[in-house]
Design a protein around this ligand. Structure first.
Ligand code: NDP
Ligand SMILES: O=C1O[C@H](COP(=O)(O)O)[C@@H](O)[C@H](O)[C@H]1O
Length: 487
């Protein structure tokens, strides 16, 4: 059982998709694991006029998983209250404060408040300002604000957003969510890198040939057309999730496993990203859009998408982290919607042996694969001798599955991140400087695309992206290890 926490959660965007699909089920898991018990309450707020009873039903429906015990769910949902509230209306914050203070007393919470901003970032500034001016922040407990992505749409807007929040909340109380940092296998990167002397010795440009990161999705744009049209795959996935993975893979060893030391090294890695000129963007980054195939609509035929939309649903690129250990190592990244499979995976390819005493038999490359999802596993490709007479080599795998046979039950990323935020641990949240350096890198690409007539490639639904993404590696003598098939 977890350590019981006291907290009042105020969820802005409490009727939204994220709250229902991720936040309420995650809070329920924390409840069942004992992190939350008697001394907590949740206020969901949004404009629509729901009652507490209706809200509690929405919450129980949201957590209605096979193993959710009905009694637990009802008990849990009884801690939920709804406040109809337009975030632009000052009067409403007064009602919100009164409800918050009442619940704080009723559940003996001690003034700890967790403000979750699960709505469009354009509202974050006004919410932060009102929380302070209307005294919804307390003086006795902690006041933490969890901020959803996207954190801006470029460096300039992210800076404005950060300043708007920073006027009312110090950096230590701002928890910027990147849900990939809550994923079990992403957290495993540091365990593998810094827990094994074997890898410490090899984790550099003397032994690593190239790194490949694939975050592929089978789903299309779904219900989020409005947002996606303003974002595209570069802003939606590369600026945050992919660059966070890059930072974890290339950062120097932190002095300790602590928030401060890890963040320092991640910031340094992101600062070391090589910025591209427009010509380098054209040579190293590919954007593309999905077209109708396999019974699925093309992006431009999706609901609420402009028929001449130039938004990219796929990005592939080659980037470099110019620090001492990784300078010169190409890092190939790709992400896209409507690809052949849902798969989040990292391949680290080591250089081949300088001499091959088994020639003319070829030596396979050692590749360490960290499969993030759907199945969490790590495998290392090695060369071994085939059993029998003679001396024939074959490729084999050393496999690691984080859980024993059977169904893998990893905690949902949001559940882990909620637990961290409750404990005041921001290690797995992004510091402002990480966000800032990521945007600076991404801005150079976006600006080159906006100012030049670089190709927007096409790829059929169900493929692994445009041919250009394969050519990007082929010209360096490489190929994607993940081909879109089960592996
Ligand atoms: N959904 C997802 O899978 C993911 C979402 N995110 C991020 O999370 C945030 C929320 O996303 P999502 O839940 O999908 O969005 P939704 O559009 O589903 O929800 C938006 C919420 O904001 C409320 N709202 C809108 N305007 C106001 C207003 N003026 N005053 C008060 N409430 C308002 C809406 O309720 P009402 O209409 O009743 O006011 C609703 O609860 C976004 O920043 C998104 O980028 C990030 C990763 C994944
Ligand atoms: O942040 C986002 O991530 C999801 C993919 O997350 P995953 O955990 O399912 O891999 C993506 O679909 C969405 O567009 C993006 O905003």
């Amino acid at each position: 059982m977890g350590t019981e926490q006291r907290a009042l959660f105020i969820i802005f965007g409490g009727t939204g998709d994220l709250a229902k699909r991720k936040l309420y089920p995650s809070l329920f898991n924390l409840y069942r694991k004992g992190f939350l018990n008697e001394n907590f309450a949740v206020i969901g707020t949004a404009r629509r006029p729901w009652t507490d009873e209706y809200f509690q039903k929405v919450v129980t429906d949201a957590i209605n998983s096979e193993d959710a015990l009905a009694e637990d769910a009802t008990q849990f949902a009884s801690h939920f209250y709804y406040q109809s509230h337009n975030v632009n209306d000052t009067e409403h914050y007064i009602t919100l404060r009164n409800l918050a203070d009442k619940l704080d007393r009723k559940y003996e919470i001690g003034g700890n408040r967790m403000f979750y901003l699960a709505m469009s970032p354009r509202f974050f500034g006004t919410i932060a300002e009102h929380l302070k001016s209307q005294k919804i922040v307390t003086t006795e407990g902690y006041n933490r604000v969890i901020v959803e992505k996207p954190f801006g749409r470029d460096f300039a807007s992210a800076t404005e957003l950060n300043d708007a929040i920073g006027r009312y909340f110090p950096e230590k109380d701002v928890f910027r969510i990147d849900h990939y940092l809550g994923k079990e296998m992403v957290q495993n990167i540091l365990a593998v890198r810094f827990g094994n002397n074997l890898f410490r010795a090899l984790w550099n440009n003397r032994y690593i040939d190239n790194i490949q990161i694939t975050l592929s999705e089978a789903l299309g744009v779904e219900e989020r057309a409005g947002y996606y049209e303003t974002a595209g795959a570069l802003r939606d996935m590369v600026q945050n999730h992919i660059l966070q993975i890059v930072a974890l893979l290339t950062m120097n060893m932190p002095a300790s496993y602590s928030e401060e030391d890890i963040r320092r090294e991640k910031i340094y890695a992101l600062k070391s990203l090589k910025k591209y000129t427009p010509a380098q963007v054209q040579a190293n980054f590919i954007r593309a859009q999905y077209t109708a195939a396999n019974g699925q609509r093309g992006y431009r035929e999706e609901e609420k998408i402009a028929s001449d939309s130039a938004t990219e649903t796929f990005v592939a690129g080659k980037l470099f982290v110019d620090n001492e250990n990784f300078s010169g190592v190409p890092i190939y990244v790709r992400t896209g919607k409507r690809l052949s499979q849902k798969r989040s995976r990292i391949d680290i390819a080591f250089k081949t042996m300088p001499t091959n005493i088994f020639a003319p038999q070829p030596l396979g490359q050692n590749v360490l694969t960290i499969n993030i999802e759907p199945e969490g596993k790590i495998f290392l490709q090695i060369n071994v001798k085939q059993v029998g007479q003679g001396f024939t080599l074959k490729k084999s795998h050393l496999d690691f599955f984080p859980t024993s046979n059977g169904k893998q039950v990893f905690p949902e990323a949001y559940e882990k991140l909620f637990a961290d935020a409750l404990a005041g641990d921001a290690t797995n949240f992004t510091h402002w400087e990480e966000v800032a350096y990521s945007w600076k890198f991404v801005d150079a690409i976006r600006t080159a695309w906006d100012q030049h007539d670089y190709a927007l490639e096409e790829y059929p639904c169900g493929s692994m992206g445009p041919v250009a993404a394969d050519k990007l590696l082929a010209r360096d003598g490489h190929k994607w290890f993940y081909t879109g098939q089960e592996h």
